[in-house]
Write a new protein. Structure first.
Length: 68
C-alpha cells in the first residue's frame, strides 16, 4: 500500500476463495467495479484492493487538473 493524502475507508468488503481462479478475491460494496486477487493470501488481496482504489482516486484527481 502506498501513502496518500486521504484515507481509504471501506464500509464493507468481501474476500472469498475462488476455486476457478485459484486465488482469494476481494471486493468492496463502495467500489463494485474493482476486484483484486491474490493466490496466496486473503490479506494480500485486500491490500491489492486498497491499492486499486488509491490508484483510481489518483487518476480522478489528475483528471480534475487543467491541461498544461
Amino acid at each position: 500500500m502506498g501513502i496518500i493524502d486521504t484515507d481509504v475507508c471501506l464500509s464493507s468488503f468481501q474476500v472469498h476463495w475462488s476455486t476457478s481462479d485459484a486465488a482469494f478475491i476481494a471486493r468492496s460494496d463502495l467500489y463494485p467495479g474493482l476486484v483484486a486477487r491474490n493466490e496466496w493470501s486473503s490479506l494480500a488481496a485486500i491490500d491489492n484492493l486498497i491499492d486499486l482504489i488509491e490508484g483510481q482516486r489518483r487518476e480522478g484527481r489528475s483528471a480534475d487538473r487543467p491541461a498544461a
